[in-house]
Design a protein around this ligand. Structure first.
Ligand SMILES: *Cc1c(COP(=O)(O)O)cnc(C)c1O
Length: 217
């Protein structure tokens, strides 16, 4: 499955984040040995434990909602945080990154689904943050794009519309705030069930777990 996905995504320059949450190190190592280097986790302490046990050329991506008091566990090594949904969280990431003399890449998470359980900014909330002095002063974090999760439904029309919404949000923010910033270029959308649709709608990073590792129990 990994080879098939890579063949599909590479020509389109889409990055595969292999979502290894809940999976043991041995299973993750099997994909590592096939060449996969980018892995996604949704819990800070689980990511930290795996980081300590695994090869150091792995890029760890945090994809789950974060509490500020957990940032310290991953700040020394995390490559990218996809789930920034408040200025408060971003300030904590910036502070911890500074302590380790690092610059941590991140994505702004947007709420595009109908479920209230999913987190993320509205466009208005994100723009409000982008215009604050506090935001402009952050020097140990690097905004690299946007992330969103579609509604969990079989309705492909709805899912496609949600991905289109995220693409429009990305275009608006890119044009108005980061037009000159080559690093602001990622749209993280698409999971095992909907990644093909997401790629059609402009995804640059897909986060795929169960297709690669089997269902989580
Ligand atoms: C678990 C998870 C994924 C992967 O889901 P699959 O359906 O197993 O591919 C992607 N993104 C986020 C934010 C997740 O929490």
């Amino acid at each position: 499955m990994l080879a098939q996905l890579i063949n599909e995504l590479t020509p389109k320059q889409v990055t595969l984040v292999a979502v290894s949450k809940t999976k043991p190190v041995e299973k993750i190592m099997a994909l590592y040995e096939q060449g996969q280097r980018v892995f996604g986790e949704n819990r800070a302490q689980e990511m930290q434990q795996k980081y300590e046990q695994m090869p150091k050329d792995i890029e760890w991506h945090m994809i789950g909602h974060m509490q500020t008091n957990k940032v310290k566990y991953i700040a020394p090594f995390v490559q990218m945080i996809h789930s920034v949904d408040s200025l408060n969280l971003l300030e904590e990431i910036n502070k911890r990154a500074a302590q380790h003399d690092r610059c941590i890449k991140y994505l702004l998470q947007f709420h595009i689904a109908t479920e209230q359980s999913k987190t993320g900014f509205s466009l208005a909330q994100a723009e409000e943050m982008l215009q604050t002095e506090t935001f402009k002063q952050l020097s140990h974090t690097k905004p690299c794009g946007v992330m969103g999760m579609a509604t969990f439904t079989d309705d492909k029309i709805q899912v496609r519309a949600e991905f289109q919404k995220l693409k429009k949000i990305y275009d608006h923010i890119k044009t108005n705030y980061f037009a000159e910033d080559a690093d602001f270029r990622e749209i993280s959308m698409g999971m095992s069930g909907d990644y093909a649709l997401a790629v059609e709608e402009g995804s640059t990073m897909v986060r795929i777990g169960s297709l690669l590792f089997g269902a989580r129990v």
